[in-house]
Design a protein around this ligand. Structure first.
Ligand code: NAI
Length: 484
């Protein structure tokens, strides 16, 4: 029998994990569980990653972690254990399924519109590296990492998932109209990979429009694919469509390690009161069983949950107030009592004709390098200098135009991402932080370290330099950077 790692977590974690495991036990789920030490209480014991070395080793050797919510200690310098676990173990795809559940009332259920949506969110990159710094006192910057290999990994997985689950439509949500390079790679990769799945219809929607469409016509979507931050926001919006985070399971899928968890937090206000709703963790557990090919017990439990919900069994946070609220343990007892019963509506098939790839236990001995093959050559074309200056803008412009540099010339100045030279308006409010762009004055010359040093030397005599960026063109001469 397969063994998986479980971490109960903090707050209500222990109660809801016990609840789910008791349902698993009653349904004779063929799994062994090995508990690992993870969570705020482990930080408090002096482990800065929120897990013991033994816990890390156990998860890495078993490949599956089923976890309860975990509290991130407050204060600077501490990273969320949830985000760290997802990133460290390369769970590149976050899958969240949103379905209308019996007697979980929403405006759509009242209108008789059933919802069945899946959101897959890229789970590693984007702004989730938390790579931020103050450029100076007034300005903080955050790096947004979007990589071609990272996009390929999650998008390829999503199309495979769509094919296995029988989704006929895959939608890419993005903001490539504004973030033309980062979201641009995501969108371009989406359409490139889509060509390998001709039976699946594809489209793309700008993320703000997507939000509007989701709250007006959610039934028009099947599987939506998004980058990390946009996916984070859109998936919680979708949770709202089906009744809230208490009904939204989550799977974090990687090639070697997968993490299954509920997305709500530790609910400290109700912790220890036997009031918590275990549904989201139970549904996440069902996603895990299906991932492992344990289809029969997954269907048995899901049907029992649906029967309980149809009978208006409920914890205090949801459902028809005309029916009494049950404690966590009472609610779970009703699910266990309903094992083997079929709901009146929406019966879950016992053995669906899909089996997801449960062969995830790729033993890894060294880090895998994910890189684009046959990378085209890139040519250095110039530099952005982020500088601080309290002089009037025209003085700065004159100064930057003045240097007699060998191979570089000023081509643009921006302030807060708005061009102030060559085009300028007095109505643009300015910070004392500017980006001055210098590009090759002759496409035939090759820039070298001496050009950078010459520019740096000149500017630093007159201005405070905060940071610099190298700018490249590709073989065709296209700029690999946004215009100022
Ligand atoms: P929360 O989700 O814990 O609570 C928000 C509200 O929802 C509270 O009123 C709570 O009682 C209720 N609630 C949440 N889950 C419930 C459940 N299963 N049954 C019934 N009611 C439920 O969010 P909050 O308060 O922002 O965060 C509390 C802690 O949880 C923080 O330390 C945060 O870092 C952590 N957290 C952990 C997550 C994870 O482990 N994946 C995700 C989100 C937050």
């Amino acid at each position: 029998m397969k063994t998986i790692a479980i971490a109960k977590g903090d707050g209500i974690g222990n109660e809801i994990m016990q609840a789910v495991l008791s349902v698993f036990q009653a349904a004779e789920v063929p799994l062994n569980f090995q508990e690992v030490d993870m969570g705020k209480w482990v930080y408090d014991k002096g482990f800065p990653q929120g897990m013991t070395p033994e816990a890390k080793q156990t998860v890495e050797s078993l490949g599956i972690l089923f976890k309860g919510p975990m509290e991130t200690p407050k204060g600077k310098g501490v990273r969320s254990i949830n985000v760290t676990a997802r990133k460290t173990w390369n769970t590149f795809a976050n899958i969240r399924i949103f379905r209308t559940l019996p007697n979980v009332e929403t405006i759509f259920s009242k209108a008789g519109i059933p919802i069945n949506l899946t959101v897959i969110r890229e789970n590693i990159e984007d702004t989730y590296g938390g790579i931020e710094h103050f450029l100076n006192y007034d300005v903080a910057l955050c790096r947004r990492f979007i990589s071609r290999p990272g996009c390929e990994e999650v998008i390829k997985y999503s199309f495979e998932y769509a094919r296995k689950m029988g989704h006929r439509l895959v939608t890419c949500g993005h903001k490539a109209n504004i973030m033309k390079l980062t979201d641009g790679i995501f969108l371009e990769t989406f359409y490139n990979i889509a060509k390998e799945y001709p039976e699946i219809q594809v489209n793309d929607v700008i993320v703000d429009d997507l939000c509007m469409k989701l709250v007006t016509q959610p039934q028009k979507f099947q599987l939506i694919l998004l980058t990390n931050l946009q996916g984070d926001i859109v998936s919680d919006l979708c949770a709202g469509l089906v009744g809230g985070l208490g009904f939204a399971p989550s799977s974090n899928i990687g090639n070697s390690i997968c993490i299954f968890e509920a997305v709500h937090g530790t609910a400290p206000d109700i912790a220890g009161k036997n009031m918590a709703n275990p549904t989201a963790l139970l549904l996440s557990g069902l996603g895990m069983l299906r991932h492992l090919g344990i289809m029969h017990q997954a269907a048995l439990i899901e049907n029992a949950l649906y029967v309980s919900l149809e009978n208006n069994d409920r914890t205090i946070d949801f459902g028809n107030k005309a029916y009494p609220a049950l404690s966590t343990t009472e609610f779970v007892k009703t699910i266990i009592a309903n094992l083997g019963n079929s709901p009146k509506k929406s019966i879950i098939p016992d053995l669906p004709n899909y089996v997801l790839d449960s062969n995830h236990l790729n033993t890894i001995v060294e880090n895998k390098i994910i890189s684009t093959h046959n990378k085209p050559t890139m040519y250095l074309n110039g530099y952005d200098f982020f500088i601080e200056s309290s002089t009037p803008p025209q003085t700065l412009i004159d100064l930057c135009l003045q240097p007699q540099l060998t191979h570089l010339k000023l081509t643009g100045i921006s302030n807060r991402g708005t061009q102030i030279w060559p085009n300028f308006s007095v109505y643009t409010d300015l910070l004392e932080t500017y980006c001055c762009r210098f590009e090759r004055n002759d496409n035939q010359v090759q820039l070298g370290t001496s050009d950078f040093l010459e520019l740096y030397h000149f500017l630093s005599k007159n201005i405070k330099i905060l940071s610099t960026e190298s700018l490249f063109t590709n073989q065709e001469g296209h700029k690999m950077y946004s215009t100022i």
